[in-house]
Write a protein that binds this ligand. Structure first.
Ligand SMILES: *Cc1c(COP(=O)(O)O)cnc(C)c1O
Length: 385
């Protein structure tokens, strides 16, 4: 089946008792055993629970993996993955990283002796020079957020394999509808399902998908032992969202492309960072390894003084953190999502006070362009008196 059909049918053919087309919420933590030594397959809900199992099976299938694990948030999924490593282990990590992942590594994992080096994950020479005998894995975001840098996954996965490293890919921004890292050689995919997979800014969730039997078994032990699992109601909400993922991603990327093109032509804008634009350095790689583009881009204003009035004057577009929902949101990364990243690193990667990130929703493109246009015009009027 094509992925659109897999998505639409999540859970639909799985409920044998009533034939319910929407898979039910099994709000239960304990499951009766038929007799000593027998189990229905469900014993205690932290280990395995029916609604979650349907979601996890779907996630594994969509990402072409062997096992899926639903977690209480994207950060819970990352923490579960990081618990795979031991004291002294070293990770190579994308430089332009989600702020929460950076914080988890630097403030918490570092106290347990797991260290990370941050680098452009396309730069094989730089990564080779960072290798130590204790380097165990590489963690890649592609595209990165907010600067939308693209990593050539096939090339980097094969390098990692040759060095005996695991490759972990945060696939939040593209989703399996547009990019499947396990097919390109990665070992673990992680999602903040709070974003596009859920898609409606209403459920916090994370997903892990693993490839290979040993890794999948180890991840099952970590998932059950740590217990940061997703509850049945949220599993249901997430599956409900995922059913329309294909339609939403098509509209997100259509709108984002039109808006990025509009801003490229605008006199107040210095540059737009979006891999769908031909001048983006990752354009060709992105086209080769993915079947489309995310709905997020960033843009840099020529003048930092525009930021405050633009955020005050947008009406339809909300000034809010997060991304990937049907509603358009605009974020100021330097003070919101990336506030925990030190100033010098932020400046080095270009997350400065002129950069805004736009998570483009599925509203009508004309309304979005009009809202942005009037907000920039209002900012200009104020600044020029
Ligand atoms: C939001 C996000 C996370 C963290 O996920 P939560 O669901 O907020 O815990 C991790 N990685 C990326 C790329 C994200 O956008």
């Amino acid at each position: 089946m094509k992925i659109e059909s897999e998505l639409a049918q999540i859970g639909s053919l799985k409920e044998p008792v009533t034939g319910a087309v929407s898979f039910p919420v099994y709000q239960a933590t304990a499951f009766r055993h038929p007799k000593l030594g027998e189990s229905t397959g469900f014993d205690y809900a932290r280990t395995k629970s029916p609604t979650r199992a349907v979601l996890e099976e779907a996630a594994a299938k969509l990402e072409s993996g062997d096992a899926g694990f639903a977690c209480s948030s994207g950060m819970a999924a990352l923490q579960t993955i990081f618990a795979y490593f031991s004291q002294g282990d070293h990770l190579i990590v994308s430089l332009d990283l989600y702020g929460g992942t950076y914080r988890l590594l630097e403030r918490i994992m570092s106290r347990f002796g797991v260290t990370a080096s941050y680098v452009d994950t396309n730069d094989i020479d730089a990564m080779t020079s960072l290798l130590t005998p204790n380097t165990r894995a590489i963690l890649i975001e592609t595209p990165t957020n907010p600067l939308m840098m693209i990593t050539d996954l096939e090339r980097v996965c094969s390098w990692a394999k040759s060095k005996g490293l695991l490759t972990i890919v945060d696939n939040t921004l593209l989703t399996p509808y547009l990019q499947r890292p396990l097919e390109l050689g990665a070992d673990i995919v992680i999602h903040s399902a709070t974003k596009y997979l859920g898609g409606h800014n209403d459920v916090l969730a994370g997903l892990i998908v693993t490839k290979g039997e040993a890794l999948s078994q180890e991840m099952a032990i970590l998932h059950n032992s740590i217990g940061a699992v997703l509850g049945p109601q949220d599993c249901w909400l997430l599956m409900r969202g995922m059913k329309t993922l294909a339609l939403r991603m098509e509209r997100h990327q259509f709108n984002a492309t039109k808006l990025a093109e509009f801003l490229m032509e605008h006199e107040a804008i210095e540059d737009v960072y979006y891999p769908a634009l031909p001048h983006h350095p990752g354009h060709d790689t992105q086209n080769r390894q993915s079947s489309g583009n995310t709905g997020i881009f960033s843009f840099r204003l020529k003048d930092a003084r525009y930021v405050e009035p633009i955020l005050r004057h947008i009406k339809l577009i909300a000034f809010a953190e997060s991304l990937g929902g049907v509603e358009s949101l605009m974020t100021y990364p330097a003070v919101q999502t990336h506030a925990d990243i030190p100033e010098d690193i932020r400046q080095a990667i270009g997350v400065d006070d002129r950069l805004l990130r736009f998570s483009v929703g599925i509203e009508h493109i004309d309304d979005l362009i009009e809202d942005l246009d009037q907000a920039i015009a209002a900012a200009k009027r104020e600044l020029e008196g």
